[in-house]
Design a protein around this ligand. Structure first.
Ligand code: DLL
Length: 433
């Protein structure tokens, strides 16, 4: 079902007109109310009146994650602080988080975008949605929650974890739609089997999975284990959260809610806009955002765009399932982590050298497991085992509290981690998706 045919099945020409009107409005508003944008545009020698077509967007400067970091928390706020109704946050490169602030209208648009997303997976007001994305500053929990409410579905706000309880609820409340990270969906199926249930007999019919990379193989596995249709959903905190793009029944690319989020794909080296079909970095302009609108935000996600009509009737542009990222961001159990954050934390800990290796694996449990190998200073290594054990426990504690992820720390002798001549290799990702 198409939730909002007026926007989702709009004639592309009419949509372009709408997008242009919204873009113009956005650029005017930002230029006149946000010193950051005015300085950037003045620096590039461009005025709001120079934006005469959608193609002129390409003349505007990009916004990057560093810009968000440097203006933390409210330097890019475009409305009076009193109008903010909600905030969300995710990690940034050095641990300084990026903030998304929503006005009432922003939350309404998010509800709309997520209602479209759930409807793409066939959800209606008759469904019961069990939402296992984390509630809190992460956008997954609230995003799905809002969408399910807008759809008029029954929403079970489970958040992530506590798997036995999830399964109990699923069996007793007649869950029909599951929303979680794809790895957690697989983990839950295994737990169900272990507890003596047949996941296929639990009544689910579809699931919306995202927030981390997954593959066609993982889709097939989730579908076979649960006996459901599994749909890919995409979004990022900076651009509102989930609801930016979603799969429909064709499962052939993700429809971008492009009346709200205008996409471009650029060459990450030169910044030039690439034609449809060419792989590059995805960039978004939030056309109607009021709280923290962004112009040409570089997501660092790699994909390409396609404009052929989809068999579902939606006319929106589709993005391919992601190919990866242009940076070294890791997603561990849904938490975004940069190796540099680990490095910063290690520097503070006496006894360690800044040589480390992050080994990520997805064991039999389907959940990400991290082993952090850290080189210890020579004098520490000759010390008694108790000192080493204290150091190990301390690093584990620091990692858990600064990054929010449990890691197994293994202390290794000096000079055992391979040195490289070029860009050092900090991550060994053994996960096969
Ligand atoms: O992960 C928002 C979200 C919540 C999306 C629930 C889908 C479902 P962040 O924590 O800011 O936001 O992380 C955003 O996660 O730039 C991608 O690199 C990655 N990502 C998100 N969805 C997918 C997906 C949420 N479907 C970052 N496939 C993005 C692959 C994804 N990677």
């Amino acid at each position: 079902m198409i939730f909002n045919p007026e926007y989702e099945a709009m004639e592309p020409k009419a949509r372009e007109t709408l997008q242009f009107a919204r873009l113009k409005n956005l650029v005017d508003r930002l230029y006149h109310s946000l010193p950051f944008t005015r300085e950037r545009m003045d620096g590039a020698g461009i005025r709001p009146r120079d934006i005469r077509s959608l193609a002129d967007l390409a003349h505007l400067p990009f916004t990057t994650k560093d810009d968000l970091r440097e203006t933390f928390p409210y330097g890019l706020l475009c409305c009076p602080q009193a109008e903010i109704e909600e905030v969300h946050m995710s990690s940034g490169t050095t641990g300084i988080p990026v903030v998304d602030a929503y006005t009432r209208r922003d939350v309404e648009n998010w509800e709309e975008a997520m209602a479209r997303t759930l409807a793409g997976a066939g959800a209606t007001s008759n469904d019961t949605v069990q939402n296992c994305y984390g509630y809190g500053l992460f956008t997954g929990g609230m995003g799905v929650h809002y969408g399910a409410k807008r759809l008029g579905a029954n929403i079970i706000p489970m958040s992530s974890g506590n798997t036995r309880k999830q399964l109990m609820v699923m069996r007793n409340f007649g869950t029909t739609i599951l929303t979680s990270t794809p790895s957690y969906a697989l983990f839950m199926a295994e737990e169900a089997i272990e507890a003596g249930y047949d996941p296929r007999a639990m009544g689910l019919r579809a699931g919306c999975f995202g927030a981390e990379p997954w593959s066609e193989n993982m889709r097939l596995e989730i579908e076979a284990k649960w006996g459901i249709d599994a749909f890919d959903i995409y979004g990022l905190t900076e651009i509102t959260g989930p609801g930016v793009a979603f799969e429909c029944e064709a499962k052939d690319g993700l429809h971008i809610n492009e009346d709200l989020f205008y996409p471009e794909v650029i060459d990450p080296e030169t910044g030039a806009v690439l034609p449809d079909g060419e792989k590059g970095e995805l960039v978004f302009t939030t056309l109607v955002k009021e709280g923290t609108p962004l112009v040409r935000y570089r997501t660092r996600d790699i994909t390409f765009l396609r404009r052929e009509r989809c068999s579902c009737g939606r006319t929106t542009v589709r993005m391919n399932r992601l190919f990866g990222r242009t940076d070294d961001m890791l997603i561990i159990r849904g938490v975004n982590i940069f190796p540099s954050q680990i490095e910063h934390a290690l520097i503070e800990i006496e006894g360690t050298d800044p040589h480390y290796l992050i080994v990520v694996d997805r064991g039999a449990t389907y959940l990400d497991e991290v082993e952090l190998q850290v080189e210890v200073k020579k004098e520490f290594f000759s010390d008694e085992t108790r000192t080493l054990e204290t150091l190990r426990a301390r690093i584990e504690g620091v990692m858990k509290s600064t990054l929010g992820v449990t890691m197994k720390v293994k202390l290794v002798e000096p000079k055992t981690i391979e040195r490289s001549v070029g860009k050092s290799k900090r991550v060994l990702d053994k996960r096969t998706l």
